[in-house]
Design a protein around this ligand. Structure first.
Ligand SMILES: [Fe+2]
Ligand SMILES: [Fe+2]
Length: 182
């Protein structure tokens, strides 16, 4: 059985021309734009909090964790850089949708899904990082389900970020297993 795929190309061409000011957002966009921008902004806040938490853990891990701290410090810095790259991609998508990316430090923690948690032990830091990754994995999965096929570009962005959060969680749980009992 074949399914016919037909599109109203003339209509699409006309609509594309009539709302030039909307940029990448066309009349065919089926997402609830305000809600999706809010979800993107909350996720942006989460990523920025993760950047800061990983940064703090990077600087403190070597001094608190002895030799094991030295082993993970570079990895924590790399996670921080990757969370910053996620933040940039979310902010870019927000502007594509005609929204304003919210970088305000005043409301960052309230909007973030994950906490800025510090610890005085290496194990404590890694546990907090793993918890934050697990929160990100669950919230991004829920967002992907919500966005579904209404906004494929936003969904793909969250899917790509989600895959990297899963890698982060995996690495952290490996570190935790290898950590000497103290
Ligand atoms: Fe991230
Ligand atoms: Fe992550």
């Amino acid at each position: 059985m074949t399914t016919n795929f037909s599109i109203d190309l003339d209509g699409i061409r006309k609509r594309a021309r009539s709302h030039i000011e909307a940029g990448a957002v066309t009349d065919g966009y089926q997402g609830d734009r305000d809600t999706i921008i809010k979800l993107l902004n909350d996720s942006l806040a989460t990523e920025l909090v993760c950047v800061l938490r990983y940064r703090q853990h990077h600087f403190m891990s070597a001094s608190l964790g002895g030799i094991a701290g030295y082993a993970v410090t570079g990895e924590l810095l790399q996670h921080s850089q990757e969370e910053l790259a996620h933040a940039d991609r979310l902010a870019e998508r927000i502007t594509q949708l005609g929204g304003v990316p919210d970088f305000s430090p005043q409301t960052l923690i309230a909007r973030s899904h994950a906490d800025y948690a510090i610890s005085d032990s290496l194990r404590g830091m890694l546990v907090e990082d793993l918890v934050a990754e697990r929160i990100a994995i669950d919230t991004y999965t829920a967002i992907i389900r919500f966005v579904a096929d209404k906004d494929p570009t936003t969904r793909r962005l969250f899917e790509e970020i989600l895959a990297q959060e899963e890698d982060h969680a995996d690495e952290l749980s490996d570190f935790l297993k290898r950590l000497p009992i103290s």
